[in-house]
Design a protein around this ligand. Structure first.
Ligand SMILES: NC(=O)c1ccc[n+]([C@@H]2O[C@H](COP(=O)([O-])OP(=O)(O)OC[C@H]3O[C@@H](n4cnc5c(N)ncnc54)[C@H](O)[C@@H]3O)[C@@H](O)[C@H]2O)c1
Length: 142
């Protein structure tokens, strides 16, 4: 049996570094050639784009500075991705933060706690809901 190859369009948040960047490279290795890269760090996104394009000349990327905790920012990222590629089939939520400075939970301020939850939890909901394809054709590609 031929090996399974992924196709379709992927949104990856936190794609400027760490696990998000590693996931983008892994997706490219598995056959995904169209990626929407989202992060607060645009310079890091451009580095990820460059690394991706070194893996294959078929790779096409859209890098969008995005704050996953901000619905308007996320909607703009999804709109840019759909404008470039038509639809979205995969969504990986890798954007994340810890408290800064990093402290034990019991030592966190309520404002810092809210910020961490806003990015790590609310951000996942906002990105997943916004990038969920509504058309049957896009769903079939999942
Ligand atoms: N790497 C690990 O072993 C590990 C283990 C457990 C949990 N985590 C958590 O998983 C998450 C990702 O880990 P990582 O190692 O890839 O971290 P990382 O710091 O390398 O990557 C996180 C990315 O998220 C981006 N980001 C932060 N806030 C954002 C926002 N509001 N909107 C958009 N992008 C934002 C950052 O700019 C960064 O590029 C973090 O929350 C981390 O605490 C990581």
């Amino acid at each position: 049996m031929a090996p399974y190859t992924m196709s379709g369009v992927a949104v990856i948040t936190g794609a400027a570094s760490g696990m998000g960047r590693a996931t983008a490279l892994a997706f490219a290795q598995e056959g995904v050639t169209r990626l929407v890269l989202a992060d607060l760090n645009l310079d890091g996104l451009h580095e990820t784009e460059s690394l991706l394009k070194q893996t294959s000349s078929d790779i096409k990327t859209v890098a969008v500075r995005t704050d996953v905790s901000d619905e308007a920012s996320v909607q703009n990222m999804v709109d840019e991705g759909v404008k470039a590629f038509g639809s979205i089939q995969y969504c990986v939520n890798s954007a994340g933060i810890t408290s800064s400075p990093r402290v034990k939970t019991a030592e966190m301020t309520a404002a810092s706690y809210d910020r961490v939850l806003g990015v790590n939890l609310r951000g996942v909901l906002v990105v997943s809901a916004s990038s969920d394809p509504t058309d049957a054709e896009a769903r079939a590609g999942r």
